[in-house]
Design a protein around this ligand. Sequence first.
Ligand code: RB5
Length: 161
Amino acid sequence: FRIRLREDKMKIGFGNDHTGVELKKILMEHLTEKGYECVNYGNDDPNDRTDDYPVPGRKVAEAIMKGEVDQGVLICGTGVGISLSANKVPGIRACACSEPYTAMMTKRHNNANIIAMGSRVVGTEMAKMIVDAFFDAEFEGGRHQRRIDMITQIEKDYQGK
Ligand code: RB5
């Protein structure tokens, strides 16, 4: 007879600055309910202004590259500063977006491994639609892989410079 192994849950790392404390909690609950394992690398105190967005952006990016988690969700005021920070880590493709179409397409075509959004831009229901669109989508490979390889080549060309 065959032993059925429990399928491993996808692990999602969360990072946020002081602007994203509430939205982060809501999205972690939402994705936990959907069966994902959520790991918190972000700030939990809205009055703590020391945890500027490059800190959680980098933490989640490094956690992905070390294999601690599979993918990430990042939140700052706009989603921009935190995604820019994460994108400095080689191998990271973080997309800041404010609607589900881009979230879906950045997985399908760019194989993004982080979705970022702005707590001051999107409402909670839109944010849930964004993460759902991102995690429900699958990378299409093919011609899109060639383009991702070109991004990786840019990283390589600048390594050590
Ligand atoms: C903090 O006020 C804000 O600058 C930050 O959360 C983010 O929006 C930066 O991109």
